[in-house]
Design a protein around this ligand. Structure first.
Ligand code: F6P
Length: 554
């Protein structure tokens, strides 16, 4: 068995112990001071690759911290684990699967074997199939049941079959092709369905039922509702194939739903849901931005794959980000990580990263089933700046927790309005600066005195005005968002998550915890609807079932 499936105990590695000691040595470390003493700090702690600039100088690290973290990665044999993933080894141990979303962005001619078969011809065949479909919709050749061209594409899917495609298609709206609008239907919530349906015309709407398993409750219920709506609007069963296509690895179930075999785009076991936007699950992206831009997105991700595989750890962006996360989580007690994009088009970025990171690294046992020995994935949260500044940033600045943050910001806007973008960029920088510098008691007092306040008032207010500072952040800067840069950015976070999973010895590619809720959901449903009169296992659930049954009106 490969070593990454019988993981090393990271906490027993010599450098883990070294880092514990180092953390104590850094007890009085001051970022303010570090910058004051070292004018080269920005240069020393920033990296550029694949159209991204990462400034990680505002972190609680010295050069020797990074040396230790890199050493830890070496002791954990991260290099072998990276090779194993790209090679197609079975690194998803519990499901006995290789993990090859990286194959989806490889160029023609590359070879990647799964159980002896090169999967690349199939990957490019599907890309070609996508090209044809997108072309025929954009050119108006694909017609609805009244021979009208398609104007609206609705992606029905949830989790990875929703978040990645939604993030990308909305982030790349400046690249959207005219004529086709994209919509997303994810939740099993009639209100979401109705609010969308009333904006659609069945004659010109194409539904993509996007589900790797074709067994996800929310997706199947929405697909059934969409079919009923289409029929009620005047569509017929015979013409259904013009309005429903699917992306799934469960062809039989998609055919049973009524989708023609030639309109089913395949998925593979070796692509996890949250890593699937690069596959045919990305069809709504391609429908929105066109296939050439979709290919640019893939090549941006591919460039990050190359960077990740070939760059020494100390200059490797995903490795550095992963190690910093381990540093804060396991040595500084950080329990969450804020993702703060300063760009309207990236407003869904945090949602995608929540699934990517939390579904991947929210684990308590290691690959071999033994309990983890270190803390694992943090809570990922955040949202678009400046909105967050007027909401939760207060806690970042003065709360009692250490919360590392990633600021993500483009240098230029697609929509220059007066000096908005200069202000947006300035806000982004000043937030990370404020987190880092803080405001000392002396500064707070001096400021209040300068306003002419009496000393008593100065002393009363000063403690409230103190901002501890020394709070770490990364800043990721790019020129405008483009398909290539966005592809690189998303792939960067995928690899960061993998780096951390390797260090912790966990499987980033299964999600068994989600299954329990799904199973219990079925039982609760049958009790809510009276199909099963048995009492719930606990009084709380039973009390809520009784409440629902007594009052439910529709
Ligand atoms: O329930 C979680 C999950 O399995 C995710 O991992 C996945 O992205 C999502 O559900 C949707 O799954 P599917 O594409 O099979 O409908």
């Amino acid at each position: 068995m490969d070593h990454h499936l019988t993981p090393l105990d990271v906490t027993q590695l010599p450098t883990w112990k070294g880092l514990r000691q180092h953390r104590q040595d850094l007890a009085g470390f001051s970022l303010r001071q570090a910058f004051a003493e070292d004018p080269e700090r920005f240069k020393q702690f920033s990296l550029s690759a694949c159209g991204l600039l990462l400034d990680f100088s505002k972190n609680l690290v010295r050069a020797d911290t990074l040396e230790l973290l890199v050493k830890l990665a070496e002791e954990a044999r991260l290099d072998d684990a990276i090779k194993a993933m790209f090679r197609g080894d079975v690194i998803n141990a519990s499901e006995r699967r290789p993990v090859l979303h990286t194959a989806l962005r490889r160029p023609i001619g590359d070879k990647v074997r799964v159980e002896g078969t090169d999967v690349m011809p199939e990957v490019h065949r599907v890309l070609h199939q996508m090209t044809e479909l997108v072309g025929s919709v954009h050119n108006g050749l694909w017609r609805g049941y009244t021979e009208k061209p398609i104007t609206d594409v609705v992606n029905i899917g949830i989790g990875g079959s929703f978040l990645g495609p939604q993030l990308v298609s909305e982030a790349l709206l400046p690249f959207a092709q005219k004529g086709v609008r994209c919509h997303y239907l994810a939740n099993i919530d009639g209100s979401e369905f109705r609010e969308l349906a009333c904006r659609l015309n069945a004659e010109t709407t194409l539904f993509i039922v996007s589900s790797k398993s074709f067994g996800t409750l929310e997706t199947l219920k929405n697909a059934q509702a969409a079919r009923a709506w289409y029929l009620a609007q005047g569509g017929s069963e015979e013409e259904l194939y013009r309005h429903f296509i699917a992306v799934s690895s469960n062809k039989e179930a998609a055919v049973a739903f009524g989708i023609r075999e030639e309109n089913i785009f395949p998925m593979w076991d070796w692509v996890g849901g949250r890593y699937s936007l690069w596959s045919a699950i990305g069809l709504p992206i391609a429908m929105s931005i066109g296939i050439s831009n979709f290919k640019e997105l893939l090549s941006g991700a591919y460039s990050m794959d190359q960077h990740f595989q070939s760059t020494p750890f100390e200059r490797n962006i995903p490795v550095i980000l992963g190690l910093l996360g381990v540093w804060y989580g396991d040595f500084w007690g950080a329990r969450s990580h804020a993702i703060l994009p300063y760009d309207y088009y990236l407003r869904n970025f945090t949602d995608h990263l929540q699934q990517l990171d939390m579904e991947s690294n929210g684990k308590s046992v290691r690959q071999d089933g033994t309990p983890v020995t270190a803390g694992t994935g943090p809570v990922i949260w955040g949202g678009v700046g400046c909105n967050g500044q007027h909401a939760y940033h207060q806690l970042l600045h003065q709360g009692t927790q250490l919360i590392p943050a990633d600021f993500i910001v483009p240098v230029s806007s697609y929509n220059p309005v007066a000096d908005h973008h200069q202000w947006l960029f300035a806000n982004c920088l000043s937030q990370s600066q404020a987190l880092m510098l803080g405001k000392s008691r002396e500064e707070a007092e001096a400021e209040l005195r300068a306003k002419g306040l009496p000393e008593e008032e100065v002393q009363r207010l000063a403690p409230h005005k103190v901002v501890p500072g020394n709070r770490p952040s990364n800043t990721l800067v790019m020129e405008r968002i483009s398909p290539r840069r966005l592809g690189a950015l998303i792939a960067m976070y995928e690899h960061k998550v993998y780096v951390q999973s390797v260090l912790w010895g966990i499987n980033a590619f299964d999600q068994w915890g989600v299954e329990l809720g799904k199973e219990l959901g079925k039982t609760v449903y049958s009790r809510l609807t009276g199909q099963d009169e048995a009492q719930a296992e606990d009084g709380s659930t039973q009390g809520l079932i009784d409440f629902f049954r007594a009052r439910h009106r529709g």
